[in-house]
Design a protein around this ligand. Structure first.
Ligand SMILES: [Mn+2]
Length: 263
């Protein structure tokens, strides 16, 4: 199966007084064209779907348009919440949307939910982790000592049964890094996040069970630790720190082969 990895759409964003909605529609149309041309089976949307927890009407119309166009092409959607999204608002209608292969996981309920698909002899499992803080996770795992983001995500994965014989993909919106300070992390969405440093970071080694990790949160496209743990980056430049970014759309080909192919 072939997937596009998107994140940090920030629909409804304005830069100062400049409304980006037309630029956002333009870039989503380009992504729809890529999806057509490459015969894409599914799209990951790794959080920060909207820019604000109460999105503008124009932003909700644009997401509606994008999801409907994908559904018309019978492209599956795997969407999780980011720190800019309201969990409950993004979760609206998710049980109904699932019947159109639009899978939304925006509220953490104690379980890392997955969707599984057979592709020939290959079973592909797509796990969706909404944006979580330690305080949202702790009470589900009373036996674990959960103090920070790293503890929280590790506890969730540890309490999830993952079959390594399958191709396992995770969609998540978190601040993931190596154990060391990584200069490649320049381009995070906020300087504030970077200055907090290791406290907010999740070590990428907790994702060893996954064949691909589709991350959102950092707006510059980059891998973290290994090629298969990746930030797609935002589709448009949303801050001066992204001025020199080359924006990309990772295309992930998951097959029976040992490793996933990334273009
Ligand atoms: Mn973001």
């Amino acid at each position: 199966m072939k997937f596009l990895h998107l994140g940090d759409l920030h629909l409804g964003k304005t830069l100062s007084d400049f409304d980006l909605i037309e630029d956002q529609r333009y870039i989503l149309d380009q992504i729809l064209r890529i999806a057509d041309k490459e015969s894409i089976d599914g799209v990951f949307i790794a959080g920060d779907v909207y820019d604000k927890s109460i999105p503008s009407e124009a932003a909700t119309r644009l997401l509606d348009y994008f999801l409907i166009e994908l559904a018309k092409k019978e492209i599956k959607v795997f969407m999780v919440s980011g720190n800019h999204d309201s969990d409950d608002r993004l979760n609206y209608g998710s049980a109904l949307f699932a019947s159109n292969q639009i899978f939304i996981s925006a509220v953490f309920d104690g379980t890392l939910h997955k969707q599984s698909f057979a592709d020939g002899d290959t079973e592909i499992a797509i796990y969706m982790l909404p944006f979580v803080k330690a305080s949202q996770v702790r009470h589900y795992f009373p036996d674990e000592d959960i103090r920070n983001y790293d503890d929280a995500v590790r506890a969730i994965i540890k309490n999830t049964v993952i079959n390594r014989k399958h191709k396992n993909i995770l969609v998540a919106h978190q601040f993931v890094a190596g154990r060391e300070e990584d200069p490649a992390l320049a381009g995070s969405e906020s300087v504030g996040t970077q200055s907090v440093g290791l406290v907010e970071k999740i070590g990428y080694d907790c994702f060893d069970d996954f064949d691909y990790v589709a991350l959102g949160h950092i707006h510059s496209p980059q891998k973290v630790g290994r090629d298969e743990i990746r930030y797609s980056g935002s589709p448009l430049k949303y801050s001066l720190s992204e001025a020199n970014n080359e924006k990309t759309v990772p295309l992930i080909n998951v097959s029976a082969e040992e490793s996933v192919q990334i273009e």
